[in-house]
Design a protein around this ligand. Structure first.
Ligand code: PHE
Length: 347
């Protein structure tokens, strides 16, 4: 994301959990602005090295997410790389989270974790039994629980700012939105968009989600066709790497904004999107709501409404970046990266 050679990963630790033998990764990209923060992702990988690659990319994105959001934190991420062929019962969830807790503990507070794809507040509680450096415990245990709601709220704020920029109005009533991925955040977004009066066309690799779609008055499109559906906005809400040159050619929406991390196959795709007249709002800007909200509540002691008001400022940030890109003839990605780099240069 940056040409700055000083911004390479500071620390990457790969360890096989002593309880489970599962490959665990903690990647710290930068602590220039403060201790590294980033969620713990748990998923299956064909090869554990793919988990390392994921951790490297995701931790870099967290540095930029925190910097653009104005948070005094650096970027990190942890990955529990479950083997593709493991029987769910052979690797106990508790044991693998304790293994990860031990690895996180060794960072002594210079890497702080929270939930991410594949983990939730109950898992944070298990990690918490080993190390205190954990956010988003269940509410019954004094935490603020899942950060999916605030993440979705931040994406909606970004989406409204994007709509204002592209259509001249942020009103979502009557708009057509494609939501690709009905996971924790995607399903909340789909419902939020529907409640705002948009027509929502949803998709997920898990065909069982069709039931959820039907129950919430969402139309359905198969995942391989989702990006090409003519719509006002496409919302990538599944895993990363969905926007490459081929996908960009298929896109039939003037606005793309969503919570999936690392949406572009590489940064040059931002130029391809802009050349087609598609406004892409960088994922690390739009998806900051979870971490912004959690830190406002758990660190700064704000109440729910005040913390949510902070999340809403993501809309102002997006408006500023889109204006700057339009004025300078650059891309929103370029402007967001430049903003982060300025903050990282003068912590
Ligand atoms: N998964 C969150 C993200 O990608 C990270 C997070 C960390 C959320 C700590 C809350 C608290 O931004």
């Amino acid at each position: 994301m940056s040409d700055n050679p000083a911004l390479q990963h500071e620390e990457v630790v790969v360890r096989r959990g002593r309880r489970t033998g599962v490959a665990l990764v903690v990647a710290v990209h930068s602590r220039v602005l403060g201790p590294a923060i980033g969620g713990c992702r748990m998923r299956r990988y064909a090869d554990w090295r793919d988990g390392v690659t994921d951790a490297l990319r995701l931790s870099t994105a967290m540095t930029y997410k925190c910097a653009v959001a104005g948070l005094p934190f650096g970027g990190g991420k942890s990955v529990i790389a479950l083997p593709e062929d493991a029987e769910p019962s052979t690797v106990s969830r508790r044991a693998v989270l304790e293994d990860m807790g031990e690895l996180i503990a060794s960072f002594d507070g210079s890497y702080l974790t929270g939930p991410d794809v594949g983990t939730g507040p109950d898992d944070m509680l298990l990690i918490r039994s080993i190390t205190p450096h954990v956010f988003c415990l269940p509410e019954a245990h004094g935490g603020t629980g899942s950060s999916s709601g605030p993440t979705a709220a931040g994406v909606l704020a970004a989406l409204r700012a994007g709509a204002r920029h592209v259509f001249g109005t942020g009103t979502l009533s009557g708009r057509v939105a494609v939501v690709s991925g009905l996971g924790a955040v995607g399903s909340l977004l789909a419902r939020g968009l529907r409640e705002a009066g948009a027509r929502v066309i949803a998709s997920d690799v898990d065909a069982a989600k069709r039931r959820f779609a039907a129950d919430h008055d969402l139309d359905w499109v198969d995942p391989e066709d989702a990006l090409g559906v003519p719509a006002d906005v496409v919302v990538p809400a599944a895993v990363g790497g969905v926007l490459g040159p081929g996908a960009v050619r298929r896109l039939a929406a003037p606005l793309v904004v969503g919570p999936a991390n690392n949406q572009l196959t590489d940064d040059s795709v931002a130029g391809l999107l802009a050349a087609r007249g598609t406004v892409w709002i960088p994922d690390f800007v739009a998806s900051a709501g979870g971490v912004v909200y959690t830190l406002a509540r758990e660190l700064d002691g704000l109440d729910h409404d005040a913390a949510l008001a902070r999340v809403e400022t993501i809309g102002d940030t997006v408006a500023g970046l889109l204006d700057a890109a339009r004025a300078a003839g650059t891309t929103p990605l370029r402007e967001a990266t430049a903003l982060a780099d300025r903050r990282l240069a003068r912590p």
